[in-house]
Design a protein around this ligand. Sequence first.
Ligand SMILES: Cc1cc2nc3c(=O)[nH]c(=O)nc-3n(C[C@H](O)[C@H](O)[C@H](O)COP(=O)(O)OP(=O)(O)OC[C@H]3O[C@@H](n4cnc5c(N)ncnc54)[C@H](O)[C@@H]3O)c2cc1C
Length: 369
Amino acid sequence: MHDGMALDNGQHILIGAYRDTLHLLQTLGINTNTALWRMPLQLQTIDGEGLALPRLPAPLNLLIGVGMAKGWTWGDKFTLLSVAAQWQRQGFRCEAELNVAQLCQNISSKVMSSLIEPLCVSALNLPPHLASAQVFLTVLKDALWSGQGGSDLLLPRVDLGQLMPDAALAWLSQRGAVVQTHQRVQTLEPWLNAPVVLACPPWEAALLTQTLAPEWSAKAAGLAHTAISTVYVKTQQALDWPQPMLALNSSAHAPAQFAFDKGRLSADPQLNGVVALVASASLGERDTISADVMRQLSEQLGIFDATLLTTVVEKRAAFACVPGLERPAMQVCEGVVACGDYVAGPYPATLEAAVRSGFAAVHALKNQV
Ligand SMILES: Cc1cc2nc3c(=O)[nH]c(=O)nc-3n(C[C@H](O)[C@H](O)[C@H](O)COP(=O)(O)OP(=O)(O)OC[C@H]3O[C@@H](n4cnc5c(N)ncnc54)[C@H](O)[C@@H]3O)c2cc1C
C-alpha cells in the first residue's frame, strides 16, 4: 500500500500459455475474465513501432504480425521468420550451453532490440548474452505454438499479490486445512514422520536443508539472482495510449522495458493517472533507477508532470537463468520435496514455473505416502 493505493511489489504479466496458473486461479474461484486484462501480444512503443499479433490462430498470427510490424524493414522481417522457422524445424531444442544472443545471431539488430531483448529480459530476467537459449526457446514455443491465445498477454487488474494468497487461504480453510500465517519455519524435523513440502525461496530452502541434505542445499544456495525494479509514478496528463501496456526503448541509462497504465487496468479510481514502469534485470541503486526511469517517462512517453510515488527494487526477484544451469531437484531427501520457481524444470522464474512445481510436488508426495 502507498498512500492508500494498492501497489504490487511488481507489475506481473501472465501469458495465455500459463495453463496451470490459469487453472489454479479458476480452481480458487477467481474469475480470470474479470481479474485479468487479456490482449493479443503487443510489444509496441507509443508510436506503434514493433510487433503486434492479430487475433488469429498460430502461426498465422505470427506471420501477419511480423509482416505488418511498423518500423521493421522487409529484411528485418525475413531474418526473424526464417530463424523462427528453423527453431520450429529443430523442435525448439538447442545446445544447453548456448545463450540467447548466440541463438539469435542471424536476426537483425532492429528485431533484436525491439523484440528479442525485451522478450528475453522480461521472461528470463537476463539480457540475451547471459540468458539460456534453451529456456528462451521453451517459453517461445509455449507462447507462440501452443494454440490460439497462448501468446496473449494477461495483465492483472487487481493486486495479484493479495488476490491469489487470499483466495488460496479461503479455499484451504473451507476444506478444513489449518493455516498458520506469519510463522517463519526455522528448522525441519522430518523425524515427525509427516511428509514436508518446502515451498519457500531457494536461499531459505538452502538454510533449512543444510544438515538434512547438504548437496541439495549447496545447489539451492549456489543459485545467483537478478533484480526487478518497478517505478510507480502519478501524472495529471491524460494517457491516451492505444493499449494499457507500452514497450519502451531500453538501454543502460533507460532501464525500463515496459510501462503500464494502472488507471486503465484497475477499477480503483485511486489508480487513475498511476503508471508502473518495469525494469527487469535492473542494475544499480534505487535512486539512480528512479531518475533514469523518470527521464524515460518524459523522453519516450511525453509525460513531464509526473511525481514519483515509490520505486520497489526486488534484488532477488528471479534466479539467474543462465545456459546449462543445474537447478535443485524436486526431491530433497526422503519425505521432503521442494517446490518453487527455482526447482528443476523447463521454465524460468515465473508464476507458471512455481505453480507447475507445486502441482508436481503434491503429486510426488501422494505417491510417497
Ligand atoms: C518484481 C517481480 C516481478 C515479477 N514479474 C513476473 C511476471 O511478470 N510474470 C511472471 O510469471 N512472474 C513474475 N515474477 C516471478 C514470480 O513472482 C515468481 O516466479 C513466483 O512468485 C515464485 O513463486 P514461489 O512460490 O516459487 O516463491 P514465492 O512467491 O517467493 O513464495 C515463497 C513464500 O515462502 C515464504 N517463506 C520464505 N521463507 C519462509 C520460512 N522460513 N518459513 C515460512 N515461509 C517462508 C515467503 O514469505 C513467500 O510467501 C516476478 C517477480 C518479481 C519479484
